[in-house]
Design a protein around this ligand. Sequence first.
Ligand code: ATP
Ligand code: MG
Length: 316
Amino acid sequence: MTRRRLGRGLGDLGATPFASPPLAKPELTLVQDYGGGGSGRRPVSICVTSGKGGTGKSVLPSNLAVHLAAAGLKVVAVDADMGLANLHLLLGMQPRRTVMEVIESGATLEEVAETGPLGLRLAAGASGRPDMADLHPARLSRLVAALDAEGDRAEVVLVDTGAGIGRSTTSFLYALGEIVVVTTPDLTAMTDGYAVIKNVAHNNPSARICVVVNRAKSAVEGLEVFGKIDRVSQRFLRRPLFYLGHVLNDARVGASVASRIPIILNQPAAPASACLRGVGRTLLIEIDRRRAAMDGPGIPPGGSPVVAPEGGPECA
Ligand SMILES: Nc1ncnc2c1ncn2[C@@H]1O[C@H](COP(=O)(O)OP(=O)(O)OP(=O)(O)O)[C@@H](O)[C@H]1O
Ligand SMILES: [Mg+2]
C-alpha cells in the first residue's frame, strides 16, 4: 500500500543497498569569461530545490552564490521561496525591494536586486505574504522570463525555491535547465526528493538533474545516498542523475545562519565550508558545460555524469 501511494520506484529507496556504478572522473575545465555586459548571452539558471522542507536549500545557494562570485562570475541569487523568503537573512542583507515588484508591476530583476557579499546581487523574496505562496503560474512566468533577461548583467542566476511540488515551485522546476535537488540522508527527505525528481523528469525532459546530499555524516554516506536515488531514477525514470557532492552535518552551519554570514565567509576552516567549496567547484564545471552546450553543439543535457572532484582531506 505504501508502495502504491509513493509511486513506482519510491519504495526502493529504503531497501536498495548501495551499489552505484563506478563514477567517471570529470574533466576539469576552466570557467570561461562569459562576456557579461551587453553580450546578449543567456545566463545559466540553476534552480535549487528539495522535496522536504528544511534540508538546507537556502544554506546552499547563499554559500554557492558567494563561492561563484569569489570565482569571478557575475551572480544573481533570486529568492523564489514565495511567501516564506529568507535568503536575505542568510546573506546578512536588509533589502528594500523584492521580486514581488517583478511579478506585480513588471520591474526588472536588475531594478529590484541589491548588492551583497563579494558583489553578488540578490533579488530578495517576500515573506509573510500568504497570497504569494500560491501564485498562478501565469503571474510567475513574468519572474521566470526575467531570469533570462538578466543575460547582459549576470552569468549565473541561482534560484532558491520552496520545498515540494506546489505550483509556485514547479513554475521554476519546469522552466530552468539545471535543477539541484538537495536531500539529507533521512529516508523521508530522500523519498520526497525523488518525488521532485520524478516530476522534473516528466515535465522538463531536457533539464539536468543534480543532487547534493546535505548533513551527511561522511563522504561515503553522501555517495551511498546519491547512489540509492540515482539507481531508482535510472531504473524507473531512465534518467541518470548528476552528483554535485555532499555537505557534512556541522553544528557551525546553524551558528553561521544565526550570525547571518555564510559559513564559507565566517568559518572557512569548518568542515561544512570545505564541502561547500567542493560543491561550488563541481558547480563551476557544470556551469562551464552548460555554457559550452549553449554556444554550440556542445554536450547534450543528458551527457556524461558530473561527479564531485576529489574533495581532498579537507572534506572527508
Ligand atoms: N550541513 C548542515 N549541518 C548542520 N546544520 C545544517 C546544515 N545545513 C543546514 N543546517 C540547518 O538547517 C537549517 C535549515 O536550513 P535551510 O534554511 O537552508 O533549509 P531550507 O531547505 O531552505 O528550509 P525551507 O524548506 O524552510 O526553505 C539551517 O538553519 C541550519 O541550522
Ligand atoms: Mg529555504
